[in-house]
Design a protein around this ligand. Structure first.
Ligand code: FMN
Length: 205
């Protein structure tokens, strides 16, 4: 505990543009490689995301090899296959359906209590909490990709149970998003779609 206040820094316009206003969802990728160090760096940023009681249910599989990519692509919807095959790196993002088992590590002061409380919840409610925090962590993961000067291509079009059976058999990891990662290729963006007006999305009290 501190008794003084802190003033936080702000991002400059270039960083805001890289992370937000100019950032796009990539559909093609150049052959510039993405290194394992860059992927480790992405996780090193993403891991600081907030999550419910610091539960951190997000799990990541980085698919690096051609063999791994081909195994993954058979479970992607047709429109997502070509870009996943050509992306230099692909992240399969999953949530751990039994994330509460880690409370003794991630919340030492109340670990046992939280583990027991969450273990007593109906499975559906527990899964909802896992998905919710993993989705928040996923947003931070996408920003971490952008912070490395890389483009992300998130995709929800795949057969999740099939990916789980392929890559996570016998575990409690459940795939919720696949993200292509790399430098943009030729004609990488669709036309930018409109964003909802602030008046329709934001209210004040
Ligand atoms: C949860 C989620 C699922 C998505 N699924 C797909 C998909 O299956 N295939 C695809 O080509 N794009 C997919 N997208 C990409 C979106 O269409 C894209 O992010 C959106 O149109 C905004 O594009 P922009 O970032 O270039 O403005 C998905 C994005 C998210 C966040």
């Amino acid at each position: 505990m501190t008794t003084t206040t802190t003033t936080l820094d702000t991002l400059d316009d270039a960083a805001r543009s890289l992370l937000f206003t100019e950032a796009r969802t990539a559909n093609t990728f150049s052959d510039i490689p993405v290194s394992d160090d860059e992927l480790r760096g992405i996780w090193d940023l993403a891991r600081w995301s907030p999550s419910l009681a610091n539960s951190q249910p997000l799990r990541v599989l980085f698919v690096r090899t051609q063999e791994g990519r081909e195994r993954l692509v058979t479970h992607m919807s047709e429109g997502n296959q070509a870009k996943t095959l050509t992306a230099p790196a692909v992240a399969v993002l999953a949530y751990d359906a039994e994330f509460h088992e880690h409370f003794p590590t991630v919340f030492p002061e109340r670990g046992q209590m939280y583990r027991d409380n969450f273990a007593g919840m109906p499975a559906e409610a527990l899964e909802g909490l896992a998905k919710y925090s993993a989705a928040i962590q996923t947003g931070v993961f996408l920003l971490a990709v952008r912070a490395h000067g890389l483009a992300a291509g998130p995709m929800g079009g795949f057969d999740g149970p099939a990916i789980d059976a392929e890559f996570f058999p016998g575990t409690t990891w459940r795939t919720h998003l696949v993200v292509n990662i790399g430098h943009p290729g030729v004609d990488p963006w669709f036309d930018r779609l409109p964003r909802i007006a602030a008046d329709d999305a934001v209210s004040w009290a």
